[in-house]
Design a protein around this ligand. Structure first.
Ligand code: TYM
Length: 332
């Protein structure tokens, strides 16, 4: 059976981009794949974290997975730091990843910005840990939003480099699955920037923990242009904010942008935003309520994560032992 691996960082709250670009697709895919979903807490360390907040965010991301519909019995759901094979394999892979490949990573350039020299080594090596996450399970498919495409290409390159170097067919080359209408949800304040946890403005995103009133207020204040909704999706090209709201509406109601426009062309944004608030609240409110319920029992979340870690460990430890054998590291 084909195997899926994917993960999210427990940095701040998850937002609508995480949900529409990734989590929602995971829920749909769990019926047809062997699925492993990870809370990538080690990746979160590439930015400064408060210990208590990191602990709580890690549980909250696990709660979001379950509340959105991931079944922790059917899938393996765990925290990355619980399975040491990720870090070990990351080191091994880093010894097969030329620096030139990492230098091309646009996300590092964006995140490090002008402060390249003071950026931590972990931020630079981040995509290699991501490759280790995927390859430790020999995952064949990786459902992610569009922003992770370049990292996945690097994972494929690293897997290929390892296989070629030792003349083995050991790691499968993982395929990205960038699915659905909303592969890149944009900021509500600026249609040229993606919706992101790191945006300083909370108004730029809808968090999965926002209540109905907050969602309504953020959508009402979302940037738009003065024109009504056009007839065709092509007419949205030069209107990034309008395009984003139509895309979000479409993704929330399982329609293409054109289908949304077929029904809404000519509507003013004031009317369209009211409809958008309704569908956003209808979709997110039950998930938020379930997340809150799960977060009331942190011990139960820890128990589920620990059970998932045992199952993940059994797979990853075997891959790691085989990789060590291939390389020529002595067995104990
Ligand atoms: P992270 O935590 O930034 O995001 C989690 C998932 O959400 C998607 N996403 C979006 N999709 C659409 N529109 C947006 N505005 C948006 N923002 C985020 C991301 O593409 C991602 O699928 N490096 C990864 C985590 C990771 C991982 C992995 C993923 C670590 N190891 C192995 C897959 C496989 C990340 O930072 O995601």
């Amino acid at each position: 059976m084909n195997r899926i691996f994917s993960g999210m960082q427990p940095t701040r709250q998850l937002h609508l981009g995480n949900y529409l670009g990734a989590l929602r697709n995971w829920v749909a895919l769990q019926a047809s794949y062997d699925c492993i979903f990870c809370v990538v807490d080690l990746h979160a360390l590439t930015l400064p974290q408060e210990p208590e907040v990191l602990r709580s965010n890690t549980r909250e991301v696990a709660a979001a997975y379950i509340a959105a519909g991931i079944d922790p019995q059917r899938c393996i759901l765990f925290a990355q730091s619980h399975v040491s094979a990720h870090s070990e394999l990351s080191w091994i892979l880093s010894c097969h990843a030329p620096i030139g490949w990492l230098n091309r990573m646009t996300q590092f350039k964006e995140k490090a910005g002008k402060h390249r020299d003071s950026a931590v080594l972990g931020l630079y090596a981040y995509p290699v840990l991501m490759a280790a996450d995927i390859l430790a399970y020999k995952a064949t498919h990786v459902p992610v939003g569009e922003d992770q495409k370049q990292h996945l290409e690097l994972s494929r390159d690293i897997a290929g480099a390892f296989n070629r170097h030792y003349d083995v067919d050991f790691f499968p080359l993982p395929e990205p699955q960038i699915l659905g209408e909303a592969t890149r949800v944009m900021s509500l304040r600026d249609g040229s920037k993606k919706m992101s946890k790191s945006d300083i403005s909370d108004q730029s995103r809808i968090n999965m923990t926002d209540d109905a009133e907050t969602i309504a207020q953020k959508i009402r204040k979302a940037k738009t242009d003065p024109d009504p909704l056009p007839e065709t999706a092509d007419d949205l090209v030069a209107r990034p904010e309008a395009d984003n709201l139509v895309t979000i509406y479409g993704a929330l109601t399982d329609q293409s942008r054109q289908q949304v426009l077929d029904a809404q062309a000519g509507a003013q944004f004031s009317t369209f935003k009211t409809a958008l608030v309704d569908v956003a609240v209808a979709k997110l409110a039950p998930i938020t309520a379930e997340m809150n319920r799960l977060m009331n029992d942190p011990a139960e979340i820890d128990r589920l994560l620990s059970h998932g870690a045992d199952r993940a460990e059994a797979i990853a430890a075997k891959t790691l032992a085989e990789a060590k054998d291939i390389i020529g590291l002595l067995r104990i």
